[in-house]
Design a protein around this ligand. Structure first.
Ligand SMILES: [Zn+2]
Length: 186
């Protein structure tokens, strides 16, 4: 009995292999895998961030009609909404939107999604949008939605702009209480 079953199994195997060769059926494992060069060439140009845009181009872009049409009079982060799981947003934004020079997320932050927005001290029209008009402080990443990498670049650019005089900031008026320095004076 066992001999009969083994012969049957052998017969099935032979016929199946014959069918495969005769009909020339291509299985998934038979397909040649794409080479590394093909994968590099197939990068979406809209997601490519390997090219660096000069600051002068960015400054001209912020004064152009295209910018006005895209953002209007709002700051660049105004209409941006973060995608996140659940109803409550996580405390920190994502670390970076770009990996190996390519955007790795479907919901990149306001700076990463537009390659012509360059965070540099001279680009004051862009940096001003991230400073609160009421307090003069730099807005939090939780509000603007910038990824951690770009938020650090923003802090650096604004500090440099203040230091080099591209941006001015108001020092709050303070009445000195001289009793703090000398207790004999009231
Ligand atoms: Zn980003």
């Amino acid at each position: 009995m066992s001999l009969v079953t083994s012969v049957r199994m052998l017969f099935k195997r032979v016929t199946l292999s014959d069918i495969r060769t005769i009909r020339n059926i291509r299985f998934y494992s038979d397909q040649p895998s794409e080479s590394a060069d093909d994968q590099q060439n197939s990068i979406d140009p809209l997601k490519d961030r390997t090219k660096s845009v000069p600051v002068e181009t960015s400054i001209r872009y912020l004064q152009s009609k295209a910018y006005k049409q895209t953002y209007g009079d709002n700051p660049v982060w105004f209409l941006y909404r973060r995608n996140h799981r659940g109803g409550v947003a996580p405390k920190h934004t994502r670390r970076s939107c770009v990996r190996n020079g390519v955007i790795s997320t479907g919901n990149p932050c306001p700076i990463c999604r537009d390659e012509y927005l360059v965070l540099e001290p001279r680009n004051t029209k862009l940096l001003e949008q991230f400073i609160s008009e009421y307090t003069g402080h730099i807005l939090d990443a939780f509000k603007t939605g910038l990824c951690q990498k770009k938020h650090k670049e923003l802090l650096l650019a604004i500090e440099k702009a203040w230091d080099q005089g591209y941006l001015t900031y108001d020092v709050p008026f303070r009445e000195y209480d001289y009793s703090l320095y000398n207790k004999n004076i009231n």
